[in-house]
Design a protein around this ligand. Sequence first.
Ligand code: HEC
Length: 97
Amino acid sequence: MPTTSFLPLPAILALAVLLAATPAKAADACDKHLKMTCTNCHPLKVACEQIGNHPNELKEILSRMRLNGAELSRSDIEAMATCMSQPSEAAKAACGK
Ligand code: HEC
């Protein structure tokens, strides 16, 4: 055993706690809309298949959903395009990924 490790154990533990506590539950536009708005008209799966797609394509799809009757503001569409393309932890969680 080397006497000097790269990180002291307390630091590793603190990091582990931090990582475990971080994103998963951070709510964003995807958390709200994927679970509530998008499921009004079709199964969540239809929306979830677009996760990771390019933001511009997502904006097109989301704008079409607005024409279909989805209650999405322009800023909702921007926010959704961002969190779906990343995809955010909340988006992945909403889609069970
Ligand atoms: C008011 C009803 C309605 C709501 C709300 C709605 N959709 Fe749709 N969606 C549709 C209809 C109708 C279609 C099939 C026709 C079409 O593709 O436009 C569709 C199809 C889709 C498709 C498949 C078409 C493609 O090009 O891949 C995706 C993806 C999609 N919706 C995503 C979403 C997302 C994400 C949301 C939530 C932000 C959402 N939808 C909310 C009505 C809706």
